[in-house]
Design a protein. Structure first.
Lengths: 250, 281
């Protein structure tokens, strides 16, 4: 039997009286790039945060590779193969871009302080980090501090750092937001090249043209409910999707 | 000569105490306004044991263990509350400690414990022992700093949510910092009890907690050498100048304020900036 990379079942989240997610279901196979769209307030970031364990759902389950991770803390989900590139970039500003990525490569060393005390050298991790930074186009800026590089590069750092965790499922929350058109296009190309056997990517984005260009499949959410999941062109032709986006009948 | 030995021993104990808070506040970024409670736990544990006939050295481990045990509990609070709330919680710890000690007859109550036996090896011996403890604890903190533990602490101190997303097991690292830091304070307490040979609840109150925090902040949060420098100076000054001792809270409060306002990275940062200016082309 084939096991889904990610399986979200009947997830419901309320903040006080507000239903942010209502019985949301989502399945994703391996080696996929899924575009995740929806109007503002659709609950996209909430669903990402539920998958990462940053928000506990009132009901429903989240499974990664067939294992129920609903009750696992975030750090264990990260070590189980989940990674999140956050919408608002959060670089560690006291260290170089290289060390920002090298830390994430650390893996097991970050789980136990005693283990960490015994490990001194960062060379292996820095080598891996430098090749990841090359891959996202930051090869010449590795030694700089986050305050010395523009937002577009910090967005790339966020992706490099998430990849450093060797994820099996990578969640990217609006990686194109705030980027110029050419930057956004280059970032979308970078993201399109990520999925492979052993890695699926979910791309949350408001930049519809880029999502349509690089994502074979799209999932739409509106008002905390899943609206549609399927091939990009079919999805965008659906009247309910157009209505949710444009706010009126078309 | 005796006086110099006393001053030096006090400096060594002050340095050990400050280095221990530096692990919690400096490395891990967790504010503690109640660190003197752990100095007290170590001091009381060690004093009771030596009065019962134990040799001083044998009391080090129990003193550290008792302090670390309570430190672990306070560390658990740090998993739930952050920043200002953690500061208030830790402040509560020191009031709780003195409050409890005052009411316990076996701890000497208000009067405290007097007649703590002098160490067999005399004052010079105690100084050597204190220096050895400082050295060992210093090696330990340098090891933290230079290893992956220090790397992980850098991320936690700056942004623990991001650290978590990068795979850092934040709760475990925090608890480790609290255990290692409070054990160090417990060890300093054991030495302190046998240096002054009289301890009471007032020796481990809020003022002492602020004093040690001032050492860490004036030295430069997280900087090992800066903290050693500040701790040495701030623990020696009140011994030379009675007036500083009389107005300890005022002086340390002003130093804290001055450091936060004018040199947020402490002596370490000031020296660095001076040095960089000197070498700039």
């Amino acid at each position: 039997m084939k096991v889904s990379r990610l399986s979200v079942s009947d997830v419901t989240v309320s903040f006080g009286g507000l239903r942010a997610l209502e019985k949301v279901n989502l399945e994703l196979d391996d080696n996929q790039l899924l575009g995740f769209i929806g109007p503002n307030g659709a609950g996209k970031t909430t669903l990402m945060r539920v998958i990462m364990g940053l928000i506990r759902p009132q009901s429903g389950t989240v499974c990664l590779n067939g294992t129920d991770i609903t009750k696992l803390p975030t750090v264990q989900r990260v070590h189980a193969g989940l990674a999140l590139g956050q919408q608002i970039v959060k670089p560690l500003r006291q260290m170089s871009l290289l060390d920002n990525v090298a830390l994430a490569v650390g893996g097991q060393k970050l789980l136990s302080p005693l283990h960490a005390l015994l490990a001194r050298s960062r060379n292996v991790e820095r080598d891996t980090a430098s090749s990841l930074l090359e891959r996202v186009g930051l090869g010449t800026e590795m030694q700089k501090r986050p305050n010395e590089v523009p937002l577009g590069h910090l967005k790339r750092l966020e992706v490099a750092r998430a990849l450093a965790l060797r994820p099996e499922l990578l969640l990217l929350d609006e990686p194109l937001a705030g980027l110029s058109k050419p930057e956004a296009s280059a970032m979308a190309d970078l993201i399109a090249g990520l999925p492979r056997s052993g890695l699926s990517v979910i791309l949350i984005e408001h930049n519809l043209p880029e999502v349509m260009r690089v994502c074979p499949n799209i999932y739409v959410q509106a008002n905390g409910r899943g609206l549609a999941l399927g091939p990009a062109d079919e999805i965008m032709a659906m009247p309910e999707v157009r209505q949710a986006y444009l706010g009126k009948d078309v | 000569m005796d006086y110099e030995i006393v001053v030096l021993t006090n400096m060594a104990i002050g340095i050990l105490f400050a280095l221990s808070l530096n692990v919690i506040t400096g490395f891990c970024g967790q504010v503690s306004l109640g660190h003197a409670a752990f100095l007290g736990i170590g001091a009381y544990t060690s004093a009771i044991l030596t009065k019962a006939g134990w040799p001083l050295v044998a009391t080090f481990l129990p003193a550290m263990a008792m302090a670390a045990l309570v430190g672990l509990v306070v560390g658990m609070a740090s998993l739930r509350v952050r920043h200002d709330f953690l500061a208030i919680t830790t402040m509560g710890v020191v009031f709780l400690f003195t409050g409890i000690v005052r009411k316990q007859d076996f701890l000497g109550g208000e009067i405290g414990i007097a007649g703590i036996p002098a160490p067999d090896f005399g004052r010079p011996g105690l100084l050597v022992m204190a220096l050895a403890c400082v050295l060992l604890y210093l090696i330990f903190t340098i090891r933290i700093r230079k290893s992956w533990a220090g790397f992980a602490y850098d991320s936690i101190a700056e942004d623990e949510d991001t650290a978590r997303l990068l795979g850092v097991n934040v709760p475990r690292f925090k608890l480790f910092a609290f255990v290692a830091g409070t054990a160090g304070a417990g060890l300093a307490g054991a030495l302190y009890a046998h240096q002054v040979r009289f301890i009471g609840p007032d020796s481990f109150g809020f003022v002492e907690s602020i004093s040690v925090l001032a050492m860490v902040i004036v030295g430069g949060i997280g900087s090992i050498w800066g903290v050693i420098l500040a701790a040495a100076a701030l623990s020696a000054l009140p011994q030379f100048f009675q007036i500083i001792d009389d107005f300890k809270l005022l002086v340390y409060g002003l130093l804290l304020f001055g450091a936060m306002r004018f040199a947020p990275d402490g002596v370490d940062g000031l020296l660095r900036r001076l040095f960089q200016r000197g070498t700039a082309p």
